[in-house]
Design a protein around this ligand. Structure first.
Ligand SMILES: Cc1cc2nc3c(=O)[nH]c(=O)nc-3n(C[C@H](O)[C@H](O)[C@H](O)COP(=O)(O)O)c2cc1C
Length: 207
């Protein structure tokens, strides 16, 4: 298998932008399929793939969704404008795995945005939403949670990259607070005798 070069990969990762202005040009089916396919191949906890991706192209349904794509008094204009909205949802029925739902859906959405960028499409994650109202518009059953929306379409803007903090502000080595790549000692986890016993009984697994 050949992957894009590390340089090309980093260029895509750095070059993807949240696009909030779209042309009216419809997104060809083949491109949309590739974006969805990128989501399908995302990792998920225990490979449970709890996703439901709702592709919304119908103008009336998009409009109804856009009315509730709001964060307090801000309504996101790009949700009105995008020719495609993908509602990124997950199945909450498994009580053990529902704790990973947001990671699973977030990773799928991230992959979709990158594939969109590689295809020359713009996208934007929209998390500031009236989720219950949108759930009603989309007829979501009780066990399907809406995590976010992705707007998708051909970009009508090329935004400047918003600044990123330097790595030095986010990277710690070995333990939190150690900013230099020097050796450091781990913190102690204090648990009772029961915790020690349970840890000793744990099986090591390799999948
Ligand atoms: C979880 C999440 C929620 C977001 N919610 C919104 C939103 O409600 N409206 C919006 O316009 N952008 C939203 N964004 C996009 C961010 O504002 C954007 O990713 C950030 O400013 C960095 O810009 P970039 O994506 O161009 O690198 C969201 C992004 C994430 C990851």
């Amino acid at each position: 298998m050949t992957f894009p070069s590390p340089e090309a990969t980093l260029e895509l990762l750095r070059g993807r932008r949240s696009v909030r202005r779209y042309t009216a040009e419809p997104v060809p089916e083949a491109l949309l399929e590739q974006v969805l396919e990128a989501g399908r191949w995302a990792p998920s906890a225990s490979n449970r793939q709890p996703w439901a991706f709702i592709v919304i192209r119908d103008a009336a349904i998009r409009q109804a969704v856009a009315e509730h794509a709001a964060y307090y008094f801000l309504r996101w204009a790009h949700v009105d404008e995008a020719p495609v909205i993908i509602a990124l949802c997950g199945d909450t029925r498994n009580r053990v795995y529902r704790q990973f739902l947001h990671e699973d859906v977030g990773l799928a959405g991230g992959q979709m945005m990158l594939q969109a960028a590689a295809l020359g499409l713009g996208s934007c994650w929209v998390g500031g939403l009236e989720k219950d109202a949108i759930g009603q518009v989309l007829k979501l059953p009780a066990h399907i949670e809406l995590v976010g929306l992705l707007t998708l379409g051909f970009p009508a803007e090329s935004p400047e990259p918003p600044a990123r903090k330097p790595l030095a502000q986010m990277v710690h080595y070995e333990v939190y607070g150690n900013r230099s790549p020097q050796a450091a000692t781990a913190g102690h986890v204090i648990t009772g005798p029961l915790g020690v016993l349970l840890r000793k009984l744990r099986l090591r697994v390799r999948f």
